[in-house]
Design a protein around this ligand. Structure first.
Ligand code: FES
Length: 109
């Protein structure tokens, strides 16, 4: 298995509980979110028509797209109404108060 390529994206303190923020490691649109103390990194563009998801609404683990209200589970990336559609998920890592993502898609997704 190749070593993961971790990219620094932001300081951990800049992502409070229940909040989302976009980051662009290597030009890739990634949405960072923290819920229940866990940090998630998802594809930042909606699987429907590509709207930026950071403008959406986060309620618990459900993210609602601002454009046409598609809803996604941020723990899995699944579209609620049709789980076979999903956003890419990226692995995250915290070290010394800094958040990193691996742009390789998570295994099993
Ligand atoms: S672009 Fe997100 S629901 Fe249409």
């Amino acid at each position: 298995m190749p070593a993961k390529d971790w990219t620094y994206v932001m300081d951990e303190a800049a992502l409070p509980e229940g909040k989302m923020t976009p980051v662009y490691p290597s030009g890739v649109n990634v949405l960072m979110a923290r819920v229940g103390g866990a940090v998630y990194a998802l594809e930042g563009k909606c699987a429907h028509m590509g709207c930026p998801l950071f403008n959406g609404m986060l309620e618990g683990v459900i993210l609602t797209c601002p454009c046409h209200d598609w809803r996604f589970n941020i723990r899995t990336g699944e579209f609620i109404d049709a789980p076979e559609l999903r956003l890419k998920m990226y692995q995250t890592r915290t070290e010394d108060g800094k958040l990193f993502v691996s742009l390789g898609q998570m295994e099993g997704l």
